[in-house]
Design a protein around this ligand. Structure first.
Ligand SMILES: O=C(O)Cc1cc(O)ccc1O
Ligand SMILES: [Fe+2]
Length: 436
């Protein structure tokens, strides 16, 4: 994993890439010539309906050694705790906090697919409406196997360990404090050089977009030029390969006798990409009051209701805090959206203890939450000088307008739910005595 990979820059661009071993592999002027250069097969991968409006329309053309269609039939395989079925657990509106999820046991060999477990979700992939939140934990590279998701897109948030993600479009390295989006249908295989752990947001509706900037203007937050897409890289390996598909929430596997990473050249705007969260340009108050966390939105998957996301990916990056006469940490609140949070590194500003890297929290719709008693006391008494917040820290939130149901694994079998979480607010004392 030591080699430095090259990337193409931009978000939503019309990209094109040829493996340098085959110059001229992209057909000129057209997508489907009678015979493709180098005897390649042309194959389109659609990410939107053929007739989606031009601004939303996503598709790529792949020029490959063999078309993807050459494979044996899919057969169902065990998917254990990786699921889109949240119907078998009773709803629970309590504040939830998970201790860090386990890495695989040292004696066990677990690859990325085997190490996927689902914490919560909403909706249904057959209706293309909903989200799922998973964690992965693995210590082995996927060997002669690849994965694709028929149900939606994955946003991967590594918390520990670098992932080398080989895709049909080329290779991507993603490390903690970087994220990667692999969209519906794109085949990929994950290699690790040590144990790795992280979070995944799966969306069944549409794709992620950059949020509108409104009065902020044309620049800021996650800038489009900082998104990186891999360059074409093919392998010509005639070996047995397993293609694992997530389809209607279940896993299936099919065998073929060649590598699926045989794309010599491609062009289009439907691509996998990565983004370094440290490049986020943070906007915040320079006068008073705590802004809503929407100022930290990196990517959004919008619903049909303006301003209401199926899911937002929001970060809490290191920054200056300068607000005057203000209670600076996150406020107490009850939200009509669901808030799932994770911590990649450091300490989260509203909770110094108990919320740990590799752990998580869920504050469901209308479930009250906010700073713990210690944070409240410290922030109420703090001298309001300009100060750094969250230095060396990266927390994130998956915020959804859907009501998330926790799976049995998430609530019970993972054995990470902290039964004492509610106690962190119990020491908030009555301060009112009728006097101003
Ligand atoms: O609950 C949380 O910690 C996330 C959050 C942060 C913030 O700054 C304001 C609102 C909010 O929900
Ligand atoms: Fe919140």
């Amino acid at each position: 994993m030591s080699s430095e990979l090259k990337y193409l820059c931009g978000f939503g661009n019309e990209f094109s890439s040829e493996d340098p071993r085959c110059p001229g592999a992209l057909p000129e002027k057209q997508n489907s010539p009678q015979k493709c250069p180098y005897g390649l097969y042309a194959e389109q991968l659609s990410g939107t309906a053929f007739t989606a409006p031009r601004l939303e329309n996503k598709r790529s053309w792949l020029y490959r050694i063999r078309p993807s269609v050459i494979h044996n039939p899919f057969i169902p395989i065990e998917s254990a705790n990786f699921t889109n079925d949240w119907s078998n657990n009773h709803p629970n509106p309590n504040q939830m906090r998970w201790k860090p999820f386990n890495f695989p046991d040292k004696e066990e060999s677990v690859d990325f697919i085997q190490g996927l477990q689902t914490i919560c979700g909403a909706g249904n992939p057959t209706m293309r409406q909903g989200v799922a939140i998973h964690v992965y934990s693995c210590n082995q590279s996927m060997k002669n196997s690849c994965f694709y998701n028929s149900d939606g897109d994955f946003l991967l948030v590594p918390q520990s360990g670098t992932l080398r993600i080989t895709t049909e479009f080329g290779k991507i390295d993603v490390s903690p404090t970087e994220i990667c989006v692999v969209q519906q249908g794109m085949r990929f295989s994950v290699s690790v050089d040590k144990e790795a752990r992280g979070y995944i947001l799966e969306i069944f509706n549409g794709h992620f977009e950059l949020p509108n900037l409104g009065p902020i203007g044309a620049n800021g937050l996650a800038n489009p030029r900082d998104f990186q897409t891999p360059v074409a890289h093919y392998e010509d390996r005639d070996e047995e390969y397993s293609i694992v598909s997530k389809y209607q929430g279940k896993l299936f596997s099919a065998k073929q006798s060649h590598s699926p990473f045989d794309v010599v050249a491609w062009h289009g705007n439907y691509v996998p990409y990565k983004y370094d969260l440290n490049k986020f340009m943070t906007i915040n108050t320079v006068s008073f009051d705590h802004c809503d966390p929407s100022i930290f939105t990196v990517l959004t998957c919008s619903s049909n209701k303006p301003g209401t996301a199926i899911a937002d990916f929001v970060i809490f990056p290191p920054r200056w805090s300068v607000a005057e006469n203000t209670f600076r940490p996150p406020y107490f609140h009850r939200n009509c959206m669901s808030e799932f949070m994770g911590l990649i590194v450091g300490k989260y500003e509203a909770k110094e203890d108990g919320f740990m890297p590799g752990g998580a929290s869920l504050h469901s719709m209308m479930t009250p939450h906010g700073p713990d008693a210690e944070c409240f006391k410290a922030a109420t008494e703090a001298q309001l000088i300009p100060s750094r917040v969250a230095d060396g820290t990266m927390a994130f939130m998956f915020e959804s307008s859907l009501s998330l149901s926790v799976t049995k694994w998430g609530e019970k079998s993972c054995q990470k739910l902290d039964p004492d979480y509610f106690k962190c607010w119990m020491n908030l004392k009555k301060q009112f005595n009728g006097e101003k």
